[in-house]
Ligand binder design. Structure first.
Ligand code: NCD
Length: 355
């Protein structure tokens, strides 16, 4: 049987997402029923990039299921600092564990790792590409806060270009259908083309806005994001973008009384702390939900309850055009390509269109 990895939420079906959300909701209400479901299993968390919520919620999730954890939160403390390849690290760690959760600064790194792993790999964020388990957290939060995953006008605000949580969320919401989007960003930080193609292909309704003020009153959900400083090529390029979108109480006065404000966190200055006590601010509840979403996912992968499949790939002659793609630093990787949302050839690691 092919190994079952979660690189992108599309690796499983909308029915599976529903099942995961239903299970996560049950675990949230009855956590003691699940205390020993993963006893005897080991999860490795390999974080090549900083993390608070994702790493700790995964670790807490496994511990609350009765399993155990190994791993690193800084590759400097591992043989990566001696020059070990991703392939070798994964080959070794996957022999010690039943499941690997991995975050890496390069796009497509988890897909690359999955080629060499002896156990399932979960993508906990690969550069500016995807972050499927944050999306599971977001879907669980929306289902709790709004009671449904469709019929909403959703504002996505901030760094839509490098914000991987946005890419995964939009991809999932387009598949679910029945929502409208307002994309609120500067012209430099709009959604990548492959995500826009997914929106267009799915027929999902969207429009762009330059300010929060002009559209906040229409929104049912506002998903704020941090400007991803670490993904900019120069400090000056980041400085031009910071502080453009700030949600404060003056703007909240123009919003609906049942607006739900989400943010994957950490925040820098894009949400004023005066908003934290507003009942519409759901981001701390959202972070708490992350542990339950991850408990449901770990349980399903360990117990093999969900079908996870990977897209078909072909080998191309040239490499991916995206300089942030893992295929540029791990030179042994095959030049894998797949068909994208509109049937064109795209890098199988990072989704960048082939030249
Ligand atoms: C996000 C991430 O790492 O992509 N955080 C998270 O996982 N909760 C968002 C961010 O870093 O801005």
């Amino acid at each position: 049987m092919a190994l079952r990895h979660l690189i992108d939420l599309n690796d499983c079906t909308v029915r599976d997402w529903d099942e995961l959300i239903r299970l996560a909701s049950d675990i949230r209400l009855n956590p003691t029923d699940y205390l020993s479901r993963c006893r005897g299993h080991i999860m490795a968390t390999l974080f090549y990039e900083p993390s608070t919520r994702t790493q700790m919620s995964f670790q807490a999730a496994m511990l609350r299921l009765g399993g155990q954890i190994i791993g690193f939160d800084n590759p400097v403390n591992s043989s990566v600092s001696k020059g070990e390849s991703l392939k070798d690290t994964i080959r070794i760690v996957s022999g010690y564990s039943d499941i690997i959760v991995m975050r890496h600064p390069q796009e497509g790194a988890t897909k690359a790792a999955s080629l060499f792993s002896l156990c399932p790999i979960i993508n906990a964020g690969d550069g500016g590409h995807m972050h499927p388990t944050q999306t599971l957290t977001d879907l669980l939060t929306l289902s709790i806060e709004k009671g449904s995953l469709s019929g909403h006008t959703i504002g996505l605000c901030g760094d839509l270009r490098y914000g991987r949580t946005v890419h995964s969320l939009v991809t999932a919401m387009c598949k679910i259908g029945g929502n409208k989007f307002k994309l609120i960003s500067t012209p430099e930080l709009t959604l990548p083309q492959y995500v826009k193609d997914i929106m267009q292909k799915s027929g999902c309704e969207f429009s762009e806005a330059n300010t929060l003020e002009e559209c906040i009153g229409e929104l049912d959900v506002l998903y704020m994001t941090r400007i991803q400083r670490e993904r900019f090529s120069t400090p000056e390029a980041y400085e031009c973008q910071r502080g453009v979108f700030v949600l404060d109480s003056a703007k909240m006065k123009k919003a609906k009384s049942d607006l739900v404000v989400l943010h994957p966190l950490p925040r820098v200055d894009e949400i004023a702390i005066e908003i934290d006590d507003d009942p519409r601010a759901a981001y701390f509840r959202q972070a708490a939900n992350g542990m339950y979403a991850r408990m449901a996912l770990i349980l399903n992968i360990i117990e093999e309850n969900i079908e996870l499949t990977q897209p078909e790939v072909t080998v191309g002659a040239s490499n991916c055009p995206n300089p942030r793609c893992i295929s540029h630093s791990e030179h042994y990787l095959p030049h894998y390509f797949k068909a994208d949302a509109i049937g064109k050839s795209a890098c199988a690691y990072c989704d960048e269109k082939a030249l």
